[in-house]
Structure formats: structure tokens, C-alpha cells
Design a protein around this ligand. Sequence first.
Ligand SMILES: C[S@@+](CC[C@H](N)C(=O)[O-])C[C@H]1O[C@@H](n2cnc3c(N)ncnc32)[C@H](O)[C@@H]1O
Length: 288
Amino acid sequence: MAALNGSLSCFEKMDDVLFDTWTSLLEERTGMHLPKERRSFLETSLALRMKEIGSQDFASYYQHLQSEKNGGHEWLTLVDRLTVHETRFFRHQPSLDLLESVILPKLFDSRPNRKQLQVWSAGCSTGEEVYTLCIVINQFLKDLSYNDCYLAVTGMDISMPALVIARKAIYEQNKIRHVPEQYRKDYFIEQGDMRFQVIDALRKRVCFVPFNIVDMKKTLLESMDIIFCQNVLIYFNRDRRKKIIHHLVERLKPGGFLVLGAGESLNTPHPELEKLDFPNSLAFLRKK
Ligand SMILES: C[S@@+](CC[C@H](N)C(=O)[O-])C[C@H]1O[C@@H](n2cnc3c(N)ncnc32)[C@H](O)[C@@H]1O
């Protein structure tokens, strides 16, 4: 069997059987679908981790992951290596415009005296999406003097290392470059080393929780007013996506809103969802 290139040449390339074994394990545990074109990504990611922990070949590493003693811990590390955490503050402006100009006004028109607003970011990565939502919504509440409304934003992700970063809420200057200047002044504090931390008043409104989107029965969240799930569904196959959407809708209040990534699609319409007509965005109202 051929070997991997460069510093990983001590490992053999995967044959079809081995590739199927690994992709089935990933699919079963995370829902993540790795097509054949990503075989070298899988080989390289596994081999890099195997080298770090001194595992000899794919089969023994597979066994290690099944072991009761350290398998669970190792699995968390591997999942972090295999998931894509790309994110940024104010990543998709049209979705934020929609939030500010349609979703929030509708939620407050229907209940002007609401005492709380429950928001969920599913697949929140290192926290940028959560703090962006917090800033935009907090600003809306402040500008319209909805002072009695308590905002709570929950970020969830399968990657524990990503959640650790999210909870610290400290970002390098480069990472906050997309935050509008006034918001940078209002919502971040310089740490003295070109790193900036989100202010306490905002951090008090958020919490970060580990979760696996394919195992939503374990999620206690329900009755959400707004769910953002952007750039996550792309990693799942069609059936999985359908199930995930179904579970997300169950956790939305009637009259609540689901916001997906603009390039994502529902494939088949959901009977309880009504699509919002807003440019360059993909969002739905859960009908009452
Ligand atoms: C590309 S990031 C998107 C981050 C953010 N939503 C955004 O749009 O900027 C995708 C995130 O989904 C998470 N993810 C992948 N599979 C998951 C699963 N089964 N359960 C929960 N989160 C998952 C990854 O760990 C990653 O942080």
C-alpha cells in the first residue's frame, strides 16, 4: 500500500474499506459527511493526530477511540481537528440587517412588553456569531428603550476547544476588524497586548454549552425566539439536514425565527415554516 507524503510518510494511505470505516464512524457520531474527494484531508488529519500520540496505524488508532478509558477524551480532540471553525464577527451583514429591520421589530410589535428574548446560535464555533448577535440585539433594545427586556444568547458547538475560546471572549485586533468602529469602542476593552475582550455586560448575557446537533434530544433548550444556524448544515447530507431542521423548528416558539446561511437550502419546505422575503438571506418564521 502507498504511504502518505512528507513527515507523515510513516503512515500508509487508506484503502477504500478503511476510508468507509472512518467516514461511517464520523457520520454516526457527528452527522458529518465526508465525500471521497476529502479522503486526503481525513488521512492527513488523522495521521497528524496519530503522530502526536504515537499511534502506529489507522486500525490501532480506531481501536484507541473505541476504548472506554481514553477513547472519549481522544474523540473530543479528533472532532475538533476534523471540524471547520471558520467564523468572524459580523460575518453575514444581510442576515444582520434582516434581524435588525424585520425580525426584532416583528417580535416586539407582537409583544411590546416582552420581558425576555431567547436566542440560540447552533454551531457557534469560537463565539464571534454569539457576540455579534448580542451586540446587534442589545443595540436595538437600547435604541428603542426596551429596557425591561432581558436578552439571553446561548452558543452551542461540538468542539470543546472552540467553546473555551468563546467563553474567554478575548480576540486579537485582527479578528475584530469587521466590527463597526463605534461597537468596537462600546463593546470591547483592550487588554494591553493588542487583544480585546468583550465587555462584562455583554458576556453576562451569553452562555456556551457543548452539544452535538445530531443528538438534539439531549438539548434542554426550547421556546427560542430566534435561532441562528449558519454555515453548519453544509457539512451534513440531505436526510440529516432535514432531521436537524425539524428539531430546530421544534425548539422555536410559534412566531419565532430561524436564520440559516444564505447559501444553504431546506431542500423540501417545512410545513410550519414561512420563508421571509429579504435579499441575500435565508430565514423563516415559525407559523403560529
Ligand atoms: C464553519 S463553523 C460556523 C460558525 C458560525 N455559525 C458562523 O457562521 O460563523 C461550523 C461550526 O459547526 C460546528 N459543528 C460541526 N458539526 C457539529 C455537530 N455535529 N454539532 C454541533 N456543532 C457542530 C463546528 O465545530 C464549527 O464550529
